[in-house]
Design a protein around this ligand. Structure first.
Ligand SMILES: [Ca+2]
Ligand SMILES: [Ca+2]
Length: 199
């Protein structure tokens, strides 16, 4: 399994530390299109178009129950006066789906804060999460998935960061789709110009 690195024009990147290099996790997020290998779990296709790529954790062997995979953003600056809206889509279908969490981690002091989590089967559909982040410290966003059993593939797609609070549900965001990520299709990071990090 290789280390993942998703870049969006230098503004940020997502990475997953490999377990052989001192990572906290035992698993890696994998990139895929189309259905996962195991029947009755995982999406039929990605969220963006149905034909693009998504990231997922493979819950069948060699993965073991309790194994966890962490996807980390690069360092993000303090969220500023208005904060930003972090959005992603997740797919969590399977009789033994484990859990998915969003955390914010600061480095000094090292502290992880749980922002959102879901456990168990959520049905065969892509679901939206929007989180208004107002943390006034340099931080990373972490998406962490845990294997619940063999029918427990968990997928994510279309992560985005947009300045300001999250739009009310039903409202389309006005922010343009600014970047095409090679692997995760549309990522809106270009809208994050007020959060360019110079540290
Ligand atoms: Ca890993
Ligand atoms: Ca996609």
């Amino acid at each position: 399994m290789k280390r993942l690195a998703y870049r969006a024009r230098g503004l940020t990147a997502w990475f997953d530390e490999h377990e052989n290099y001192g990572a906290e996790d035992e698993l890696d997020w994998l990139s895929r299109s189309g259905p996962t290998e195991t029947p009755n779990t995982g999406p039929a296709g990605d969220h963006t178009t149905g034909k693009g790529k998504y990231l997922y954790i493979k819950s069948s062997p060699p993965s073991l129950k309790g194994n966890m995979a962490q996807l980390k953003s690069s360092l993000l600056p303090p969220a500023g006066e208005k904060g930003y809206c972090f959005t992603f889509w997740y797919h969590m279908f399977g009789a033994t789906a484990g859990s998915l969490r969003m955390l914010l981690q600061t480095a000094n002091p090292l502290k992880k804060t749980l922002v959102w989590q879901k456990s168990g089967n959520q049905g065969d559909e892509w679901l939206l999460v929007q989180s208004h982040v107002t943390l006034q410290r340099v931080h990373q966003v972490i998406l962490e998935a845990t294997v619940g059993g063999m029918a427990g593939d968990i997928a994510i797609d279309d992560m985005s960061l947009i300045s300001g609070p999250c739009p009310a549900s039903g409202n389309k965001t006005k922010c343009k789709k600014c970047f095409l990520s090679p692997s995760l299709s549309l990522i809106y990071l270009g809208c994050l110009h007020t959060l360019t990090f110079n540290g």
